[in-house]
Design a protein around this ligand. Structure first.
Ligand code: GLN
Length: 463
């Protein structure tokens, strides 16, 4: 990238912001940073980036698109932000999201909904929760963007906006400075149009960080690289759990063309089954609100968050006015999480979901050839390299469809995550890429835990 191209991208931002509501904050000094950039030989020099606004930055506010954090300035940069800056990337702003990462539509933000740049004259959702990051890349406002993926939030908006969205294995990219939603699932992900840019960014961020207790250690990273084998054809499994209902006409034709292409390239396709995948949504929507309940307890107006000025006591509940700064979706999740964790229900919900999560990981282990260094599975001689599915099987809906008065049941939205949550629960690396150029339908390619290289290598043969 040249500094001229970077400047052109930065100059286009105000207009694109008006159209699509991509950013929660735009760094007005970004253009000056290019002109004075003396680091043109750094790895990410002159590549412009948007950072999802739940990742902390010391020179720009971090709001999580929530009223409760409107005034928040972090005293430090997240590790991933620091690594990007050190590699010469130009951070142009913070991107809009579903509040605290909760949602799959990009409509649950204090700053208003993000519009999908793929549908220029209609108000269609960009997917979520990394809606602004997806829109930034799709509209060419930035070369790449960081998102977070707890249960699909990088892959689903990437599919809806027809770009690439990569969620690495859990623990690959540091979570230090990522405001936690559900810490056993939260993963920083990368969105871009160009796979070579995405790979370069991953190369910069894929580092051990002592500040993140769940960061993959250097020993494990070395072991994983030694196990990697580069191939020109792959053995790919297609889970039958993902193809239960009838696919829409618009999807069947491009999907069969795509599968034909795979066979022509010499890849082998096999039906596989991981029966617990059908419980992924209930597992995810039991565990993630439970973790969120505990993580979001710190936003009480004392430790973190804007304090209500009206006295923090209402109907016998301390902090109620401050906590009502959370939007409806976040409040729903907190109630659900507290319910899951209360002593009467804990065993039948939280513990049960944890057991099913372990079962699901075990079923994935039985499919792959690559070992799982975390569970101790040795991998199977005749196992497969990758799992393939769609990321979404239907066109993104109009923004108005998710108006809370029209769609009162949140489960209508939860259903969108059916293809993406299994990989999150197992911590697997997964990338979404467009089924066809310009189509708002993604193909999801996932590998065994730690086998990120195979996912990216195979993706370069398929896109
Ligand atoms: N859509 C899912 C949710 O609402 C996933 C969000 C995410 O990955 N951050 O929780």
């Amino acid at each position: 990238m040249t500094s001229k191209m970077a400047l052109r991208r930065i100059q286009s931002i105000p207009e694109l912001q008006k159209k699509y509501n991509i950013f929660t904050y735009i760094d007005q000094s970004a253009a000056d940073k290019i002109i004075h950039d003396k680091n043109a030989d750094l790895q990410l020099a002159n590549l412009t980036a948007g950072i999802k606004d739940n990742i902390v930055t010391k020179d720009m506010p971090t709001t999580c698109a929530s009223k409760i954090l409107l005034d928040y300035m972090s005293p430090f940069d997240a590790t991933c932000v620091k690594l990007l800056r050190d590699a010469g990337a130009l951070l142009v702003g913070k991107t809009n999201l579903d509040e605290f990462g909760m949602g799959s539509t990009g409509t649950h933000s204090f700053f208003g909904p993000v519009k999908n740049p793929l549908f220029d004259n209609q108000d269609i959702v960009a997917g979520g929760s990394s809606s602004g990051s997806a829109a930034a890349v799709a509209a060419d406002a930035t070369d790449f963007a960081l998102g977070t993926d707890t249960g699909g939030s990088v892959r689903l908006p990437a599919a809806y906006t027809s770009i690439l969205g990569f969620k690495p294995s859990y623990g690959r990219i540091s979570r230090y400075g990522v405001i936690a939603y559900a810490q056993s699932l939260d993963t920083v992900g990368i969105m871009a149009k160009d796979l070579s840019v995405l790979k370069k960014v991953f190369h910069v961020l894929d580092k051990y960080d002592e500040k993140d207790p769940t960061s993959l250690t250097n020993d494990l990273r070395t072991e994983l690289s030694a196990l990697n084998i580069q191939k020109s054809t792959y053995r790919i499994g297609i889970p039958k759990e993902f193809f239960q209902g009838s696919l829409s006409k618009e999807v069947v034709k491009p999907l069969s063309n795509f599968l034909d292409k795979l066979l022509r390239q010499g890849h082998e396709l096999y039906p596989v089954s991981a029966p617990s995948m059908k419980f992924s949504l209930p597992i995810y929507f039991t565990l993630s609100p439970a973790e969120a309940t505990s993580n979001l307890a710190r936003f009480d107006g004392i430790r973190y968050g804007t304090r209500s000025e009206e006295g923090d006591y209402e109907n016998g509940t301390l902090f109620a006015p401050t906590r009502s700064f959370f939007g409806n979706v976040v409040q729903d999740r907190l109630i659900l999480g507290n319910y899951t964790l209360c002593s009467e229900t804990f065993k039948d919900s939280y513990i049960k979901a944890q057991k099913l999560r372990v079962k699901l990981i075990d079923e994935f282990d039985k499919i792959f050839k690559f070992p799982n260094l975390l569970t101790g599975s040795k991998g199977h001689q005749n196992g497969l390299d990758l799992i393939l599915s769609l990321t979404n099987d239907a066109w993104p809906k109009p923004i108005d469809f998710f108006n809370e008065t029209r769609t009162p049941s949140p489960t209508n939205e939860y259903k969108n995550d059916v293809f993406v949550t299994p990989m999150s629960l197992a911590g697997l690396p997964a990338i979404s890429f467009p089924l066809e150029r310009g189509l708002p339908i993604g193909v999801q390619l996932a590998g065994q835990y730690g086998d990120d290289s195979t996912v990216l290598d195979a993706c370069s043969l398929l896109v």
